[in-house]
Design a binder for this molecule. Structure first.
Ligand SMILES: [Zn+2]
Length: 369
């Protein structure tokens, strides 16, 4: 049975992108199962519906993308791949390039759909998407190019030079020049470890000069790329997966080894007296007493007899300063008391970090041999 087309398609489209996609997929199923004579008409309907959906989709109306979840864009790309119509894939790529972001979970479907296009056309859409999405979805955009570099562009990665350059141009730098959100506030576009793991192989494969420039930029603006939070975990992952050369890798690797070496060279001794660091911001009488206690080299314990409100406030000040002090409420006498006992938590944290630093350094130095 063939449905009367235009009205049905309009209704399917009005049911929203998800409903339209369901109906579109059922049309594709029927096309693939039908005889060639019947199939042609069903395929034409499917193409009409896809065109309608893509025409009406507004990028700003798309779901707020979550990294872990494939969005309606990814599902549309999968459907277009089944339809095998390059013109529709280009329409989709145009809608994507008009949006500001996509979730990393859509990357595989986008790359697969774009595979239906000629090399230079595919590369040019990837550049437009990277330029448009880099500021808001830097990690996802790097992941998209990484799949392309690993896939059809493995042998001619040079074609991805405009895409790599577009992406590198969106790397966050000077805070005054960060893109602003709709309230005029700068958008913090940090790159996490996963993003660095995606970015480094792309720039290292595509062009040595872009790789060198990008790494220098990242090292100049480490506040956006967290050497401990992102760069070191990313380098470990890259070493593990066999990416151990390239201008970007080598520059970041050198900086990471240097950073770890400097921290490992710092003294690591337990405190020799009862003085404990901790900046107490409040200057009420109780917090002043707390400050004096922290600075006192001879006093391991301080007992504060005070009403609950004050005890809670002082405990709060200790927590906010991350001071090495354990608190215990003793419900005897009136008022009750807060017993503050200095501990060695800070030293234990340093010891644990030293252990991690040594292990990380061994992994990174192993890569250099
Ligand atoms: Zn206070």
């Amino acid at each position: 049975m063939i449905w009367p087309s235009s009205r049905i398609l309009a209704i399917a489209n009005e049911s929203g992108a998800n409903g339209a996609l369901l109906y579109l997929n059922s049309l594709v199923d029927r096309w693939l199962a039908a005889s060639p004579a019947v199939g042609r008409a069903i395929k034409a309907q499917a193409e009409d519906l896809a065109r309608l959906v893509l025409r009406d989709w507004s990028p700003t109306g798309w779901d707020e993308p979550q990294r872990a979840k494939q969005s309606v864009v990814g599902r549309m790309c999968e459907t277009l791949l089944r339809l095998r119509e390059p013109a529709l894939v280009e329409l989709m790529a145009g809608r994507l390039a008009a949006a500001a972001t996509h979730p990393a979970a859509d990357n595989a479907a986008i790359v697969d759909a774009i595979d239906l296009l000629a090399d230079d056309v595919a590369a040019s859409w990837l550049a437009k998407i990277a330029a448009a999405h880099g500021s808001h979805a830097l990690g996802a955009s790097a992941g998209l190019l990484r799949l392309a570099v690993q896939g059809r562009f493995a042998k001619n990665s040079r074609l991805l030079l405009p895409a790599a350059e577009a992406l590198v141009a969106t790397l966050p730098g000077d805070p005054d020049k960060l893109p602003k959100d709709r309230w005029g506030q700068p958008r913090q576009v940090a790159l996490d470890a996963e993003g660095v793991v995606a970015l480094v192989p792309v720039i290292d494969h595509v062009d040595a000069d872009v790789a060198r420039r990008a790494a220098a930029h990242m090292l100049a603006w480490l506040q956006h790329f967290g050497i401990d939070a992102a760069v070191i975990p990313a380098l470990k992952k890259l070493v593990e997966t066999g990416h151990r050369t390239g201008r970007a890798f080598e520059a970041l690797h050198g900086a990471a080894v240097d950073h770890l070496g400097k921290r490992i060279a710092e003294p690591l001794e337990p405190p020799t007296d009862w003085r404990r660091p901790g900046e107490i911001r409040c200057d009420c009488a109780h917090c002043k007493q707390l400050s004096r206690f922290l600075l006192d080299p001879n006093e391991p314990v301080w007992t504060l007899h005070a009403a609950q409100q004050i005890r809670t406030h002082v405990e709060d000040s200790i927590r906010r300063a991350s001071a090495d002090v354990d608190c215990q409420t003793v419900r005897r006498g009136s008022p009750h008391s807060l017993v503050c006992t200095k501990n060695q938590a800070g030293h234990r944290r340093h010891v644990a970090r030293r252990k991690r630093d040594l292990a990380d350094l061994a992994i990174l130095q192993g890569a250099a041999t």
